[in-house]
Design a protein around this ligand. Structure first.
Ligand SMILES: Cc1cc2nc3c(=O)[nH]c(=O)nc-3n(C[C@H](O)[C@H](O)[C@H](O)COP(=O)(O)O)c2cc1C
Ligand SMILES: [Mn+2]
Length: 448
């Protein structure tokens, strides 16, 4: 059964002890982000700050700070999430239009529009302003009509102005600018938790991520017409911001503490002029921390990316059994792959395929007996199954991810492959095992 809205998901988290509600007054500047940082580092609960200084609206953070909560959101398990994504892709479910919606309980337009009413935190030391970090940005290609929904950070630049740092949306904006127009945009904050996860799919340009969300939920996402732009927005979202990305306007955005764990410098980016804010009665503002791994930014990216690469690799290399983008690799700079090689050197072909994708910098391939979600075990495999002279591949001068601060020349880097599989077809020492260790629990020893 799918979650109707964020609130239903919070109820589940609370029942499971995965939500900490607090009445301690907190500041928007650094204090909320400090606590999200803490719970992220401790794999702690999601946090609902009910009393935020200078705001009537509570702030939620850290919802996706653990993989377990992302699995709960997707109603899936570590064993099944890759299948869940693949099945959903096979039967995309477009959103369903409804005529009235809770996200319209309160409608603010014109002079009433003021981003200062929303409790938008300042996260990291060098961030110059508050940033909306979990805003689902909905827009449409002005020529093809193809829709896009994605998470792009938004820097508050005034009562009704936001800077935006965006990928596919910028392609749409360039299309709009070519016909002398701006790009209408709607930003949904605080939705059913499947939607933010669906936006992280590496969807081809023109794919509607809300249709993937529908398929993942097993029920279409209900949408309602926005007030001031010709777009449809998730009906049960807590808050909607509507506006237009202005044509041919760019203004400094950033610096910002990024998913790489470093600040990215400021540079000119598009600007949104906000035309309406609508929200539910007693809305909840949802924030997400980005920065040094692990944060919810990493977790949100991780599951869809792992599922995408799993199925891509599987087409060519059926022996692949698991794919992991560890948070320590910023989710996009290190990929660990488990496989059963069918041929000698096949792991090297997998490394070559990964170098070809531009989405990754370091590829580690291990045998299928290694738990790749435990980096201790991955390091053990590298230590005991790799010889540097034969098993390391360095591929010079390829496109680097934009987030890599170690490149000597912007966007040009090198790629590293580590083949940590056992020598193919040869005998290798047996792994030490303690019979029964997998089936006992320390609880068995408690005397009561
Ligand atoms: C919390 C969070 C914040 C993100 N912020 C940005 C951002 O500011 N700019 C950006 O281009 N991508 C950002 N991303 C990554 C994109 O949402 C992601 O790559 C998405 O799949 C891109 O969708 P698109 O291909 O439709 O542009 C963020 C992801 C998360 C989870
Ligand atoms: Mn997209």
């Amino acid at each position: 059964m799918s979650f109707k809205d964020l609130r239903e998901f919070l109820t589940l988290l609370e029942e499971r002890g995965e939500l900490l509600k607090t009445k301690k007054p907190v500041d928007l500047k650094f204090e909320i982000s400090s606590y999200i940082r803490k719970t992220s580092d401790q794999q702690g609960p999601a946090l609902l700050f009910e009393k935020v200084n200078n705001s009537a609206i509570p702030v939620l953070g850290g919802v996706f700070a653990t993989r377990e909560r992302a699995f709960l959101a997707l109603e899936t398990s570590p064993q099944d999430y890759v299948n869940k994504f693949q099945n959903a892709l096979d039967r995309l479910l477009p959103p369903k239009l409804v005529s009235s919606a809770p996200c319209k309980d309160v409608v603010l337009t014109g002079k009433e529009v003021d981003l200062g009413r929303l409790p938008i935190p300042i996260f990291s030391e060098k961030d110059p302003a508050p940033f909306i970090t979990l805003g689902l940005c909905i827009s449409r290609d002005p020529k093809s009509g193809g829709k896009n929904t994605s998470i792009y950070r938004l820097q508050v630049k005034g009562r009704n102005r936001l800077g935006i740092m965006a990928q596919q949306l910028v392609r749409q904006l360039i299309e709009a600018e070519s016909i002398g127009q701006g790009l209408p945009i709607a930003i949904a904050i605080g939705t059913d938790p499947v939607i933010p996860l669906a936006t992280q799919w590496m969807a081809p340009y023109g794919t509607d991520e809300l249709a993937l969300a529908g398929a993942l939920r097993g029920e279409p996402v209900e949408v309602v017409k926005a007030e001031t732009v010709d777009l449809e927005v998730p009906a049960t979202a807590e808050i909607i911001i509507e506006g237009t990305v202005l044509p041919n306007v760019r203004d400094e955005e950033g610096p910002f503490g990024e998913v790489s764990g470093y600040y990215t410098p400021s540079n000119p980016k598009p600007i949104i002029e906000v035309s309406a804010i609508t929200h539910r009665k007693n809305p909840i503002y949802q924030a997400a921390l980005t920065g040094m791994p692990t944060t919810e930014n990493h977790i949100l990216k991780q599951l869809p990316l792992e599922a995408s690469f799993y199925w891509e690799l599987k087409k060519e290399f059926p022996g692949v059994t698991a794919v992991h983008f560890p948070a320590a690799g910023t989710v996009g700079m290190t990929c660990v792959i488990a496989m059963k090689q069918a041929y000698e050197c096949e792991a090297r072909n997998v490394i070559a395929a990964m170098i070809g994708t531009r989405r990754n910098k370091i590829t580690i391939v291990v045998d299928d007996d290694v738990d790749i979600f435990d980096m201790e075990k991955v390091w053990w495999a590298i230590a005991t199954r790799t010889q540097a002279d034969e098993d390391i591949i360095i591929f010079p001068r390829v496109v680097a991810t934009a987030m890599d601060p170690s490149v000597r020349k912007l966007r040009v880097g090198s790629s590293l492959g580590i083949d940590a599989t056992k020598p193919f077809g040869q005998s290798f020492p047996e792994i030490v095992k303690v019979p029964g260790a997998d089936s006992v629990s320390l609880d068995d020893l408690k005397n009561d």
